[in-house]
Design a protein around this ligand. Structure first.
Ligand SMILES: *Cc1c(COP(=O)(O)O)cnc(C)c1O
Length: 402
């Protein structure tokens, strides 16, 4: 164990110091804020050094599509947060997802994934990969036997996302990982909604953990980035593919992300607390038929929540009472009447955001497709920010009265 590991056992200490390589303190800058290395290319002092730079795996000072020192610091911290050897930052969550998938499977391989995934991930699984000759089977994530049932001899990868959008359904990470390990199948978990504060998939045996760093990791609605973490050999394989795909992150974004990460545990603890308070309040409100939030005892997978999550996270969703037409109108009115909570996509920022799922997707999905994706016309997703929880509740009380 290195000097750092025992001192950084608490996550709040880790996010403040975990980007430094304590085994090589001389390589660390004495400046307390990281430098933003904007160089696109780096000079070698000799032919031997040039050869080293060009051939080393992931040299941070060679050519900036391959990485840069600001990015390296940010990756070191995120890897530690996810209990992984290595991390690769990408230009967006979808950059991390597409680069990972295109690195790990080839034509003739088979993927098992969920029927509920982030829209962009679903597009890769339903459209891009099948067009490249990769077979994909989608299963109900709530049924862990469905993952085993769908596996075939050519299954190379299982992709999970938990909690998933928009109904906060959970996947049993330990059950999926155990089975996949027995069969030699790689597993990848999108951990965006939980964040490493509320759930660490690698602690349950998952191989690769992916985030849209745009959300909780960045935390201030001012950057787009993604990250994938895992064992060094697999991350290096994904990095090699990223060189050809050009999905690298910028040095400035790496800096902003590192700055956001310093407060990740504080922010997520507060957002989770506020989301639980809102979930309890809304569950008791007569205008609301259903509240989806894993930390509520009424969540159908609450026992699984207790096994694999610390808290429910900052996102909940609600369904309005009444038939589809009446509930649809009520949901629309609610979202339009809020004063503090902003009406915008995304989550994980300091501001509370709400979206009415059906009106967001009515241009791209038919009512039948929405039903299949579990999107009720009356459903509103709420992503708690850092405002005072009582103020948020007052805002919602007034909007519900409207
Ligand atoms: C936002 C999101 C993504 C995509 O991330 P971008 O940074 O927007 O590319 C992937 N998965 C989940 C769960 C997300 O919420």
């Amino acid at each position: 164990m290195s000097r750092s590991d025992s001192l950084l056992s608490d996550i709040q200490s880790l996010v403040i110091h975990g980007d430094l390589d304590w085994n090589h303190p001389e390589s660390n800058d004495t400046a307390l804020a990281p430098a933003i290395h904007t160089a696109s290319t780096y000079g070698a002092r000799s032919s031997a050094e040039f050869a080293d730079m060009a051939n080393a795996p992931r040299h941070p000072r060679y050519y900036a599509r391959y990485g840069n020192p600001t990015q390296e610091r940010c990756e070191r911290l995120i890897a530690r947060l996810e209990n992984a050897e290595s991390a690769l930052l990408c230009a967006s969550g979808m950059g991390a997802m597409s680069t990972s998938l295109l690195s790990l499977v080839k034509a003739g391989d088979h993927i098992v994934a969920q029927s509920a995934h982030y829209m962009g991930t679903a597009q890769l699984l339903n459209d891009l990969l099948p067009n490249l000759g990769v077979e994909v089977t989608l299963v109900d994530q709530r049924d862990d036997a469905a993952f085993y049932g769908a596996a075939r001899p050519n299954t190379r990868l299982i992709v999970v996302e938990t909690p998933s959008n928009p109904t906060l359904a959970l996947t049993d990470l330990a059950a999926v990982a155990r089975f996949a390990r027995e069969r030699g199948i790689l597993t990848l978990a999108d951990n965006t909604f939980a964040s490493p504060i509320n759930q660490r998939p690698r602690d349950f045996g998952i191989d690769l953990v992916l985030h849209s760093a745009t959300k909780y990791l960045g935390g201030h609605s001012d950057l787009i980035a993604g990250v994938v973490c895992g064992d060094e050999a697999v991350v290096e394989k994904i990095w090699k593919r990223s060189l050809a795909l050009g999905t690298n992150v910028s040095p400035f974004t790496s800096f902003l992300l590192l700055r956001g990460l310093r407060t990740l545990p504080l922010r997520v603890a507060r957002q989770s607390e506020s989301a639980l308070a809102l979930a309890r309040f809304l569950e008791g409100h007569p205008a609301i038929a259903r509240v989806h939030y894993p930390e509520l005892e009424s969540h159908p997978q609450h026992a699984l929540f207790k096994r694999q999550m610390q808290h429910g996270g900052g996102v909940l969703s609600i369904e309005f009472a009444g038939d589809d037409d009446k509930g649809y109108a009520a949901a629309k009115k609610f979202v339009a009447s809020l004063r503090l909570a902003r009406h915008a996509v995304s989550l994980g920022g300091v501001e509370t955001l709400v979206v009415h799922a059906a009106s967001m997707w009515e241009a791209s999905l038919t009512p039948a497709q929405m039903k299949a994706a579990g999107i009720s016309p009356t459903l509103v997703r709420i992503a708690a920010g850092l405002e005072n929880a009582a103020d948020l509740q007052a805002d919602m009380t007034a909007a519900l009265a409207a």
